[in-house]
Design a protein around this ligand. Structure first.
Ligand code: KG4
Ligand code: ZN
Length: 338
């Protein structure tokens, strides 16, 4: 039976997980750089990779301790090798290669997005195939047709910013702090998710989305209301009321766009049995509820991971490594970040 150690360092979380082919997830542990990065209002790549170098060894030790295992018990080393920040990916990849080489054990490179796509299986092992997966995070917003483990096709993606990136950029505009997504949700909740400003829904014919357009629409709407000065790049109306109204309208708009795109994808693939919603934005209770209702109306099953498995983590990387072991799909020490 294989015991897997998985390592994830693609962005601003240093994460490790221990996964057994027989017993599933034994432990997972991570360090999030949010406190370190929040003063910059986003992720500074050089800060991220330096922090990964500091944290990677203690994070792996803690994951092993929590699983009551030793490094010498590990049969397979798995690591996120793409996509992500080059410097951050390299820390995880080089560390994992060194472990695999020193202990003479196999290595498996995992695509970070494949980790998100199958993250809902950690808690819901019998999600039916085929299904559609909506992945929405700070770096990615895409819809996939998922046919089986490791077998998925991209149906549509963002042409510019990801949904989480739009929340973070609009959050910055409104001086809400970083990351914007969870703060926007709190503000929106206090006014009951009302659609005050009716921001334009992207009406592209394809399943692709554009969230950079939405960010610009919000900016110009604020200018029109004399709430933002383009010349000074400054928020003029700093009232809580405005922040609540923008946040609420924004969430309603993004949920609508997601539903519109899922409807298009469903029409193209009426054979699907379920919809999964994953990635950092899937922490959002309002959007989750909207998508759940969307599925109920169409008699489709709906699955979304708990917040700890929505945001970046190594458990989802370990899960993918688990079926790659069964499929005998290994990498070797020439593994790179491209
Ligand atoms: O998956 P993730 O941890 O990292 C990437 O792979 O990008 O996602 C982080 C993103 C951030 O943009 C953050 O604003 C967003 O997820 N996010 C949320 C919520 N919690 C995190 N967006 C909306 N509502 C939330 N509650
Ligand atoms: Zn991610």
């Amino acid at each position: 039976m294989s015991l897997i150690l998985a390592i994830e360092t693609s962005c601003d979380e240093t994460a490790a997980a221990i996964y057994s082919a027989e017993h599933g997830l034994l432990s997972h542990f991570l360090y999030s750089q949010i406190e370190l990065q929040k003063d910059f209002g986003g992720v500074i790549p050089e800060v991220a990779s330096r922090s990964h170098m500091e944290k990677i060894a203690p994070i792996i030790s803690t994951a092993l301790e929590k699983a009551n295992k030793k490094l010498s018990d590990i049969d397979v080393f798995a690591v996120t090798h793409k996509p992500g920040l080059a410097g951050s990916l390299l820390v995880g990849l080089c560390f994992t290669k060194a472990l695999a080489y020193a202990l003479a054990k196999p290595i498996i490179g995992i695509n970070h997005l494949e980790g998100h796509i199958f993250s809902a299986f950690l808690e819901h092992p019998s999600i039916p195939f085929p299904h559609i997966c909506l992945t929405a995070s700070g770096g990615h917003t895409s819809l996939y047709l998922v046919k089986n483990f490791g077998d998925y096709v991209l149906l549509g993606t963002t042409r510019d910013d990801a949904a989480g990136e739009a929340f973070d950029k609009i959050g910055k505009l409104l001086e809400l702090g970083y990351p914007g997504g969870p703060i926007i949700e709190k503000y929106a909740q206090s006014v009951d998710f009302e659609d005050f400003f009716s921001y334009p829904r992207s009406h592209m014919n394809s399943i692709d989305v554009s969230f950079s357009g939405l960010k610009t629409a919000v900016l110009y709407d604020l200018v029109k209301r004399d709430a933002y000065s383009l010349a000074d790049k400054k928020l003029l109306d700093t009232s809580d009321l405005l922040k609540k109204q923008v946040s609420s309208s924004l969430l309603v708009c993004v949920a609508d766009v997601f539903k519109q795109k899922l409807e298009k994808a469903y029409k193209l693939h009426p054979e699907i049995q379920a919809i999964t919603f994953v990635g950092g934005v899937a922490c959002n209770k309002y959007i989750k509820k909207q998508l759940q209702e969307f599925c109920q109306k169409r008699k489709l099953a709906y699955f979304s991971p708990s917040p700890e498995f929505c945001t970046d983590n190594a458990a989802m990387i370990a899960f993918v490594a688990g079926y790659k072991v069964q499929q005998n799909s290994y990498s070797d020490l020439t593994l790179d970040i491209f």
